[in-house]
Design a protein around this ligand. Sequence first.
Ligand code: LLP
Length: 432
Amino acid sequence: MLHSNLGINEQGHLTFAGQDTVDLAKRFGTALYLLDEERIRANCRRYRKALRENFSADSLPLYASKALSFTGIYRIMAEEGMGVDAVSCGEIYTALKADFPAERIYFHGNNKTDEDIRYAIDHQVGCFIVDNAEELRAISAYAGQKGITQKILVRLTPGIDPHTFAAVNTGKIDSQFGQPIETGQAAAFIREVLVTEHVQLLGYHCHIGSQIFDWVPFRDAAEIVLRFSAQIRDSLGFCAQVLNLGGGFGVRYVEADPPQPDVAAYISQLAQYMRSRCSELNLPLPTVLMEPGRSIVADAGLTLYTVGGVKTIEGYRSYVTVDGGMTDNPRYALYGSPYTVMLANRMNDKADFCCTVAGRCCESGALIQENVMLPRACRGDILAVAVTGAYNFSMASNYNRLCRPGIVMLKDGQANVVVRRQTFADLTACDL
Ligand code: LLP
């Protein structure tokens, strides 16, 4: 199977994290998100171990919580000794609600409002990743008012295109994120940072994109940022202690994807490269941070639906409709993302029926997947979509006034609701 937490039991049912998904669908209803807690923890540990073993002991993965944010996930991150990358005060609030230590929160965003800055400083968030001059000045002003020095990293755009989907590609020069190195803007910005009061610059951040299966784009980004670091050391006398390399490695969604990246091997290769370049450039090896989101939670997630009907448009195609859709997984509608779809209650039946899986939203593009092979489905079958742990719940909506599914956490044969399913009352809770 695609990932080792997927299996088939004697009844021919799909298992996830060792549990029968058909039983889970019956017990908790559909649509339903499942999470495999052990897989989340194992994914954290791979990054933690590799960063610690290859770089300084304070090198740390920061969980990019935009991938999946609810209180329980921050508790797991706290227990696993991870840091957190937050992109909004909503994420910071959720993390703090889970007692996640504020000093291990890194606050991102290309437009932090004055309110955001006040909230984060008031709650003693460890580090800001500063995007632009207006933000820098606003942080400095409020930190001064509070009588503190705020730690910061500066976000750089290294000008790299790792050939991923354009909408998730953030490191190239023409980007709304960070300060471009190539145009000289980054160096000018560092000059301003170094004379700005009430902030302490620790080093640099860059993020080149998402769903990257190779270590080479990370090496190229590190090369560019290390050269920049040496240039700043020479021209301004500032030596960066921290380098944050941004998001994590890619994840397999379908059999046709490249093999799952070997995080330990890739980070070790990266460290070897950086060590040799640092010695050539006469730089100390920086503390290295990474911000994996997808590769922490994606393969720890699975979505279950119930099939409502099958409609064959003669001469065209067959639609299988399910009791969810772009509201709980907008990724096909948005990016055309591939997913592995299965009939969870009929895993041993021949998959000889080519179909399009449609959700229940009133919109023709609201599909889960096109041209998948399933056994001929009928009403009441349980349809599973694998690898939905990242960017599904966190991107879910109430379009068509559909209730968001709950999340059930699976661990050691136990299944616990960690986010309850929304009710109709939740839908009108903000309406006055
Ligand atoms: N750090 C920064 C600055 C980022 O912009 C991102 C993702 C990450 C870390 C986490 O990257 P990851 O390890 O998850 O690849 N909604 C899209 C993904 C957008 C990712 C944007 N930034 C999707 O569903 O594919």
